[in-house]
Write a protein that binds this ligand. Structure first.
Ligand code: BT5
Length: 319
């Protein structure tokens, strides 16, 4: 109920009356008042004005433009911020912004996605108030076939940011999963707008479960959040995105200047996929073998039992 109330307060420009809240949420005025007190105890600053109603002044967990800008320490990434309370998917918004010429480093952040996207048309669960759902627009001067390297670079930046923000040490599962204790805490979706020989834009979608304490049933065994993995500590989403964009900027500039090699080495140090016996399910077939490394393009090398090496460009990996 409290998250519904928060959503209502966040969506309202100005004041909303206690009566309106009790009507919209189907609870009594006394219950509204009690929930407001709880929110206050949790650090939310609420103004209550007779005959006008309630207004949210300070939202400790909001990751809006002002909150992010107050924390940012980057030169280019995140200098342009488009913030929305609710979108279909930040990827769609970012594609549109990129087509209209948005500058490199622009981020599109949403509190909630109604149709968050995973790879291959899968769904990304993106409830309001708890996670970080955003897309970053890059315009790297690299050939289109090298764009998958950016997925690995992103995984390195997200992993390092989690460690810096929480002290936890996630592991990367090729190509795009960030895991804590074997459960997925973040996912990455890299998409591209490109001519045959030139990238127009790369849209890097990043979803990180920050403060969720529960997941829908189908995810409860496979998903986790930073909060769940740190005994209920609540993290600031604005702090987290600022840390992540700093790590990202460091690696992105390093990559553009010196190439993929150092990113690859760092990625290999942070993954648990390499050296493991795995099952790789691609769109057309299932392969079993040992993951022996990645190529300089970020392609996974799988050594089959007969010794032959397969190049895996896109697949789901299980152990
Ligand atoms: C991904 O796909 O992991 C990419 C997720 C990218 C999400 C970001 S959020 C901002 C931007 N806007 C978008 O619309 N998308 C990006 P994939 O590897 O296909 O994994 C999808 C699978 O992860 C689902 O089929 C579920 O099993 C699981 N899953 C869904 N929501 C999850 C969540 N919140 N946490 C952990 N696992 C989840």
């Amino acid at each position: 109920m409290r998250s519904k109330l928060l959503q209502l307060l966040r969506q309202t420009n100005g004041y909303i009356s206690g009566q309106e809240i009790s009507k919209q949420l189907g609870i009594s005025r006394t219950a509204v008042w009690k929930h407001m007190e709880e929110l206050r105890k949790n650090g939310y600053e609420l103004e209550a004005v007779p005959r006008k109603g309630y207004r949210l002044l300070n939202d400790p967990n909001r990751a809006g433009e002002d909150e992010i800008k107050a924390k940012l320490q980057t030169q280019t990434l995140g200098q342009e911020i488009i913030y929305k309370n609710e979108v279909t998917s930040t990827q769609e918004e970012a594609h549109e912004a990129a087509r209209k010429g948005a500058a490199e480093g622009t981020i599109i952040v949403a509190d909630r996605q109604l149709k968050g996207k995973g790879r291959l048309g899968r769904k990304w669960e993106s409830p309001p108030g708890s996670g970080l759902w955003f897309s970053l627009i890059l315009r790297p001067p690299i050939p289109p076939q090298e764009a998958p390297q950016l997925t690995l670079l992103t995984a390195v930046a997200v992993t390092e940011a989690v460690t810096e923000a929480t002290g936890l040490q996630p592991q990367i599962k090729w190509p795009n999963d960030i895991l804590l204790n074997g459960k997925k805490v973040a996912g990455i979706l890299t998409e591209m707008q490109s001519d045959p020989d030139r990238i127009q834009a790369v849209i890097v979608g990043i979803g990180i479960n920050i403060n969720q304490m529960e997941f829908p049933e189908e995810l409860s065994d496979i998903a986790t959040s930073l909060k769940q993995e740190s005994e209920g500590t609540t993290y600031s989403r604005a702090d987290f995105i600022a840390i992540l964009l700093s790590r990202y900027e460091y690696w992105y500039h390093h990559y553009l200047k010196h190439g993929f090699l150092d990113v690859k080495k760092r990625w290999e140090a942070l993954t648990f996929t390499i050296g493991k016996k795995i099952k790789a399910t691609t769109v057309t077939k299932t392969l079993i073998g040992t993951a022996v490394g990645i190529t300089d393009d970020g392609v996974l090398l799988l050594k089959k039992e007969d010794g032959e090496i397969e190049h895996i460009y896109s697949a789901d990996i299980s152990l």
